[in-house]
Ligand binder design. Structure first.
Ligand code: NDP
Length: 451
């Protein structure tokens, strides 16, 4: 049977674009459909604009520090509209690069919504019907908002980059990556930030000591963080949004932002027609090779709800191409993925938390927290933390957790050592780079506790 294409990719985000390009480079005939903008969540409404906003939000501290270091500078106001225009110009530039990459690698791009008709056919919103030997679903995810009356009054991370003006007072609901990152960003940009998190401590699933330090520092920087608190009711009142919390407090905010998780983008995709199995959380169920129960249909990235991170989607794309188009079946390796949360202070992490590790085997914990030279000199109270979790039996470093400026940059490097199976003694054999914060990672001699 002959098909229009060897591969049809649905979704032009990080995973889909990578899979399309690399498959086309094997000589296969490839098409990709994207209904919105090329680049997906990461480029258009996620990692990239978020990081630009993190940079923008750090200037008030930098200016205060500059004064402490003897510079005669004063901070003016922050011009959101000027910054937003430049930020979107940058996103346009990046989207252009994505389009050119697809074009240059010979992929046919359709600016259209694609839905599955059967295991080898997609229908486009333009009216065309296309057949393909393989179909790859890389449609990502979208913000999930709690099911409560008037929830539509709130915004999500999709809208925050498009605001006409910065709110004066915002409530952020949630305690995960997005909630905590935006609490820091908006606080830095001068917005009065209240954050409600329903659990006992923010950043559930991460190392407890790191979570505690980040929460303390966020509060010290001005975020009005309430744990054990959720939003109970909200309605439009006057020019603002009235909110009642589960603790009975009532407040008026200019804006409410829900950062309450993300759901796989599967609605109306035609998965039922094609016979593709969906899991309990709405995710497309795949095996280790990203293959669905329908042999011709694969799925990668956030729509599979494995690990919702851009570099993971890209690696899943590469493994898919190896498996399907290079005759080299390749499983995706989801072990020991380093990642960073761009809270203020920043958080870098790889491997097991202290809590996870001690449930598995006897461990030693090496941990230190201190005021780093740069901000100490400027009179700031900021603290950093460097922590290693070590197996007593194998001496391997099972986890590393860093709360510090540039922790994301540091954990990328530590990730290599941990992935290679480095032991505590391997760390100790490395000479310190002085004076740095990260030198503590190779100079911690005595465990603070064993467990
Ligand atoms: P997360 O899953 O990280 O956090 C969701 C938060 O919302 C949790 O605190 C959760 O509470 C809370 N929540 C869920 N449902 C409700 C509800 N009905 N009412 C109140 N609170 C609720 O999701 P995010 O949206 O923050 O981010 C999605 C994913 O995107 C992340 O998991 C991450 O993989 C990725 N991401 C990565 C970034 C990075 O690498 N720096 C940055 C941003 C996103 P509870 O803990 O109790 O479940």
């Amino acid at each position: 049977m002959s098909f229009d294409y060897d591969l049809f990719v649905i979704g032009g985000g990080s995973g889909g674009v990578r899979a399309a390009r690399v498959t086309a480079a094997t000589g296969a005939k490839v098409a990709l459909a994207e209904e919105y903008r090329m680049g997906g969540t990461c480029v258009i409404r996620g990692c990239v604009p978020k990081k630009l906003m993190v940079f923008a939000s750090e200037f008030p501290d930098a200016i205060a520090d500059a004064r402490a270091y003897g510079w005669d500078v004063t901070a003016g106001g922050f011009d959101w509209s000027n910054f937003r225009t430049k930020m979107h110009a940058e996103l346009d530039r990046l989207e252009g690069i994505y389009r050119r990459l697809l074009d240059g690698s010979g992929v046919t791009a359709y600016d259209a919504r694609a839905t599955l008709v059967d295991p080898h056919t997609v229908a486009l919103s333009t009216g065309e019907t296309i057949t393909a030997k393989h179909i790859l679903i890389a449609t990502g995810g979208r913000p999930a908002v709690p099911d409560m009356p008037n929830a539509d009054l709130g915004i999500t991370s999709n809208e925050v980059f498009l605001l006409d003006q910065m709110p004066k007072k915002i409530l952020i609901v949630g305690g995960g990556y997005i909630a905590c990152e935006f609490a820091g960003i908006l606080n830095g940009l001068g917005v009065e930030v209240t954050q409600y998190y329903r659990g006992a401590q923010i950043l559930r699933g991460f190392d407890d000591e790191a979570r505690g330090l980040i929460a303390d520092q966020m509060r010290a920087k001005g975020v009005d963080l309430h744990c054990g608190t959720n939003i109970e009711a909200m309605e439009q009142r006057g020019g603002g949004i009235w909110v009642r919390s589960t603790t009975g407090a009532e407040h008026l905010f200019d804006q409410v932002m829900f950062a309450t998780g993300r759901s796989p983008n599967v609605d109306g995709l035609g998965l039922e027609q094609a016979g593709v199995t969906i899991g309990r959380r709405g995710e497309i169920v795949v095996d280790d090779y990203s293959q669905t129960n329908v042999p011709s249909i694969f799925a990668i990235g956030d729509v599979t709800d494995r690990v919702q991170l851009t570099p993971v989607a890209i690696r899943e794309a590469m493994a898919f191409v190896e498996t399907v188009f290079k005759g080299n079946p390749t499983k995706v390796d989801h072990e020991l993925i380093p990642s960073a949360v761009f809270t203020q202070p920043e958080f870098g992490t790889v491997g097991l938390t202290e809590e996870q590790a001690r449930d598995k085997e006897p461990i030693e914990v090496y941990s230190t927290s201190f005021r780093p030279m740069q901000t100490l000199f400027a009179g700031r109270e900021d603290r950093v933390m460097m922590k290693l979790i070590v197996s007593q039996a194998t001496r391997k470093v099972l986890g590393c957790h860093i709360v510090a400026p540039q922790a994301g940059e540091m954990i990328q490097m530590v990730g290599i050592a941990v992935k290679m199976g480095a032991t505590k003694e391997d760390f100790d054999r490395v000479c310190a780079v002085h004076p740095t914060m990260a030198e503590e990672l190779v100079t911690m001699k005595t465990p603070v506790r064993t467990a």
